[in-house]
Design a binder for this molecule. Structure first.
Ligand SMILES: [Zn+2]
Length: 503
């Protein structure tokens, strides 16, 4: 058996000013992983590609991996980069000779010229090869357009947020595809969307309603009623027509039942729409509340969630850090501020030496009505790191991680992590490689929304959500949506909707 495996993954925040050029998809910023290098990088990792490789190896298949392109969330994908990824994949499809195609796509990629990056890739693949069985593993944040589904035989989405089941999602898709190739099942897909933009802070699978929705999907898969059942909460920071919640269900040759499950998911989600919204506390109040909670000891986690880099944030807004310093919280680690220039200044100052740095707010955010301001901080340079480590915990155990040049500036009260790459602080080991034990800190302040729960969550005694400034703003009123379909909840809070009658 011969299988084509490929990754093209990016969550596009169309409001983000962070550019998404080819280098962002490259290992260490220089090497695009292809062929054997890609296989070696992902083998035995708890990623989608790791899952595909494992199932392919188990089936004794020969694998061809034209590209594994994956970048942290940011603005629209540069046309040159997008065309390159598509060409690497479609050239291989055109060479032919495959029994199956297994794709690891995000589902919320918008490229320059294409709101539906994945759907366009699939359209091009099917224009060359309309028949070879094809599966896709999508992120739970996929914004589902028709072309992303109608062209596939199997579609499978994550059931966890934080995403700790990437590997299992791909394994499920791959196993189902092997059955399709063997002629053992006849996959039948149904899909649909509800006009709603669930708020990211309310999408975690530790809470209602997404916990319940994902359990419905997993239950149907476990019982065999569905080959694959997926509820996509969608990615709301994308001003594209199909942003928002959708469901895709695959059955073995039972269209009516696939549609019935889709409709049940959509009806449940719509009924629970209010629980998918989020209310923001005033920044001064949340930081004061955190300060009071810190009197009982370590383990207070502050979330600077307006500027989560894993949702396309610039990771360089300073407002939450400024308030933490202003209110004199003591024994804080702040992870982190993206500022490659400040990192270089800290390196030049040298470990153990004093430095005064003006950090952050270097990227303009034209999509927002309010911006951030640079912050001048004085302290000792405590750590300098090249930022390499192999993950053992967090979202992707087994994966080699490259944080880039990193420095820690210690002001006495606050240890500020300065970064040269956009990386979300999800794992405790990200602090430890910088010489910081986060479990003993009174306050751990992070630019994260939900993914931190996978590992940093273990040390949280209290959680305080701090609204600051950033392109992941939790106040939709700060963003101008022009292209998303309307009406849509909660942009149109009083709208009515019901699952359409079928047949
Ligand atoms: Zn996601």
């Amino acid at each position: 058996m011969r299988l084509l495996l490929a990754t093209m993954s990016h969550e596009t925040n169309t409001f983000s000013p962070v550019p998404t050029k080819l280098a962002r998809f490259c290992r260490d910023g220089t090497t695009l992983l292809t062929g054997q290098a890609a296989i070696d990088f992902y083998r035995d990792t708890r990623t989608c590609m790791g899952g595909y490789l494992e199932i392919a190896a188990g089936a004794g298949a020969e694998v061809v991996v034209p590209v594994t392109a994956s970048a942290p969330p940011s603005g629209r994908v540069d046309a040159e980069a997008y065309e390159l990824f598509c060409k690497l994949i479609t050239d291989e499809v055109a060479r032919g000779g495959f029994d199956g195609i297994m794709l690891d796509l995000h589902g919320a990629m918008a490229a320059e010229g294409f709101d539906d990056g994945e759907g366009e890739l699939l359209r091009r693949i099917r224009a060359i090869d309309a028949k070879t069985p094809l599966c896709v593993a999508y992120d739970m944040h996929a914004n589902v357009f028709d072309n992303m589904v109608r062209t596939a035989d199997i579609v499978s989405g994550y059931h966890t947020y934080p995403h700790i089941d990437m590997k299992e999602t791909a394994v499920l898709a791959a196993r189902a595809l092997l059955k399709v190739i063997a002629g053992k099942i006849k996959p039948t897909l149904a899909w649909g969307a509800a006009p709603m933009l669930p708020h990211v802070m309310s999408q975690g699978t530790h809470m209602f309603p997404n916990k319940d929705l994902q359990e419905m999907c997993a239950g149907w898969e476990a019982s065999g009623r569905a080959v694959a059942a997926s509820l996509f909460v969608g990615f709301p920071h994308a001003d594209v027509p199909m942003a928002g919640l959708s469901a895709v269900v695959v059955t073995d040759n039972n269209q009516a039942d696939a549609q019935a499950m889709v409709d049940e998911l959509l009806a449940f989600a719509w009924k629970a729409r209010e629980a998918f919204t989020f209310t923001v506390e005033k920044l001064e109040d949340s930081v004061a509340r955190a300060k009071a909670l810190g009197e009982a000891g370590p383990g207070v986690v502050l979330l600077d969630h307006f500027d989560n880099c894993a949702s396309g944030g610039t990771m360089d807004t300073t407002d939450v850090l400024r308030e933490i310093i202003h209110q004199e919280l003591d024994d804080v680690v702040f992870f982190g501020i993206y500022d490659p220039e400040a990192v270089q200044q800290a390196i030049a100052a040298g470990i153990g030496n004093d430095a005064e740095l003006t950090i952050g707010a270097k990227l303009e955010m034209p999509a927002l009505q309010i911006g951030s301001r640079p912050l001048t901080v004085k302290g000792k340079v405590r750590t300098v790191s090249a930022g390499y480590y192999k993950a053992t915990g967090g979202l992707t155990p087994g994966l080699q991680v490259f944080m880039g040049n990193t420095a820690v500036l210690d002001t006495g009260r606050v240890q500020i992590v300065l970064l040269s790459r956009h990386i979300e602080p999800t794992a405790q080991e990200m602090f430890r490689v910088l010489g910081i034990d986060p479990t003993v800190k009174r306050f751990v302040a992070i630019k994260s929304r939900v993914h931190w729960r996978a590992d940093v969550g273990k040390l949280a005694r209290e959680i305080v959500e701090c609204g600051g400034v950033g392109v992941c703003t939790s106040n939709y009123g700060q963003l101008t949506f022009r292209n998303v379909r309307r009406p849509i909840y909660p942009l149109d809070p009083d709208m009515q909707w019901a699952v359409p009658k079928r047949g």
